[in-house]
Design a protein around this ligand. Structure first.
Ligand code: APR
Length: 392
């Protein structure tokens, strides 16, 4: 039977959407450029918000994360004035994160999609999307032997990320693109070492930001702010550990548990928001719909929020004959996307002061101190922080 929905991309966005559609009895095909092994090993995010866990649990997709995920509810801020902790799990709405590596979630979602009888084709890049404004949209995909196939469907969902085909299929002028380069670059590291402390730790330092985040008992994520353009390989492991220890002020707060750096990549802090995130019969979801800086770990959580709303809209259109929810997809998502962008932007300014000694930089660094002090001392500010930090 022909698919009713073709989904481009088997990241968290495409896979959650695909599973929700199958659960609602909608026939869908997922086309993914990479191999199964590649997507199941790609380490990215790991902090799942309460809403994400709810969506996954309600749809029978949470067995793995409920078994192996770890509750996380505390973060620490280190500055030259010392350290303070926020037990955000007992602030705001009292929600915690569930720490579960994204590649494990992807592995679970692939297995469940196949178990539900879904059609998932790896190593099948989509090279074009046509007929979006008519009733018969279609995607052209290339199979492993190089032949091109055309798949038509009632609707197409673009979950193929920031450099995917879906974004480019929308004509310039049909969508407004808001964007910002925050001017900050992180070296994102995975160390084969246990976590160095309980909380997520954010170190604000005049040499640049450093961060620490638990992943699994044997793997820990670290971040080190580096100059824009620096190669991920520029710093040998020993230098990385020295920089991390210096900025995290290990001499005052305790040593880091060192281990081999098993993955390193640079991440430029940029954000963009497309408005609307739909065009004709094409619907964008996840990174394809917008990018958010990783400062507040919102990317994967926004993707799941969007996938749930899109699945409801597609199901109403295909099973109930009601296209209204689908028509509102963008309008329903964008306020929540902007709230996440606002918080993420605030986090960037909390964690990074501008370098230099000109008036502007000195003034902004003083504001940064005031912002941290407010967060440290005001219960109302802490509640607001917690609500936005875990919420979507
Ligand atoms: N054809 C088929 N698949 C494609 C194509 C294409 N032309 N282009 C890209 N893809 C695939 C990629 O290989 C990838 O597996 O689309 C998938 C997109 O997945 P992600 O980049 O993980 O994007 P998304 O699912 O939106 O992720 C949501 O999770 O960790 C975060 O950074 C991630 O914020 C993002 C969020």
């Amino acid at each position: 039977d022909a698919a009713e929905v073709v989904i481009v991309g088997a990241g968290p966005a495409g896979l959650v959407l695909g599973n929700l559609l199958l659960g609602a009895g909608v026939r869908c095909t997922v086309l993914e450029r990479q191999s199964r092994a590649h997507v199941e090993q790609r380490a990215r995010a790991g902090f799942l918000a309460a809403n994400t866990v709810r969506v996954l649990t309600e749809n029978g997709l949470a067995d793995g994360l409920l078994k192996d995920g770890r509750q996380h509810d505390t973060c620490a801020f280190r500055t030259d004035r010392g350290e303070f902790h926020l037990d955000y799990g007992s602030l705001g709405r009292g929600e915690a994160h569930t720490v579960y590596p994204q590649q494990h979630l992807v592995r679970d979602l692939v297995a469940e999609f196949l178990a539900r009888g879904g059609d998932l084709r790896f190593e099948t890049p989509v090279v074009g999307i046509t007929g979006i404004t008519g009733d018969h949209p279609a995607v052209t995909a290339q199979s492993a032997d190089g032949t091109l196939h055309r798949l038509s469907a009632r609707f197409v969902a673009g979950g193929d990320g920031r450099h995917g085909t879906a974004r480019t299929a929308v004509p310039a002028g049909a969508v407004r693109r808001y964007r910002r380069d925050h001017g900050v670059t992180w070296l994102a590291l995975l160390a084969a070492a246990p976590q160095s402390m309980g909380p997520v730790a954010y170190a604000v330092h005049e040499d640049g930001f450093a961060g620490h985040m638990a992943r699994t008992p044997d793997i820990t994520r670290y971040y080190l702010q580096v100059p824009r353009g620096e190669s991920p390989d520029a710093r040998p492991d020993a230098r990385i550990w020295a920089d991390l220890a210096h900025r995290m002020r290990a001499d005052r707060h305790g040593p880091l548990h060192e281990g081999p750096i098993v993955e390193r990549r640079t991440v430029e802090m940029t954000s963009d928001v497309l408005d609307p995130i739909q065009y004709g019969r094409l619907f964008l979801v996840g990174d394809a719909a917008g990018l958010i800086s990783p400062a507040a770990a919102k990317g994967a959580n926004l993707a799941v929020m969007e996938a749930e709303i899109l699945a409801r809209g597609l199901t109403a259109a295909l099973r109930g004959g009601d296209e209204q929810p689908l028509a509102r997809y963008s309008a329903d998502c964008l306020p929540r996307i902007w709230r996440a962008q606002e918080f993420s932007h605030w986090m960037i300014n909390l964690l990074h002061g501008p370098a230099g000694s000109d008036d502007d930089a000195v003034f902004l660094r003083a504001l940064q101190q005031a912002r941290l002090e407010s967060l440290q001392t005001s219960r109302r500010h802490q509640d607001h922080f917690a609500e936005n930090y875990v919420g979507i």
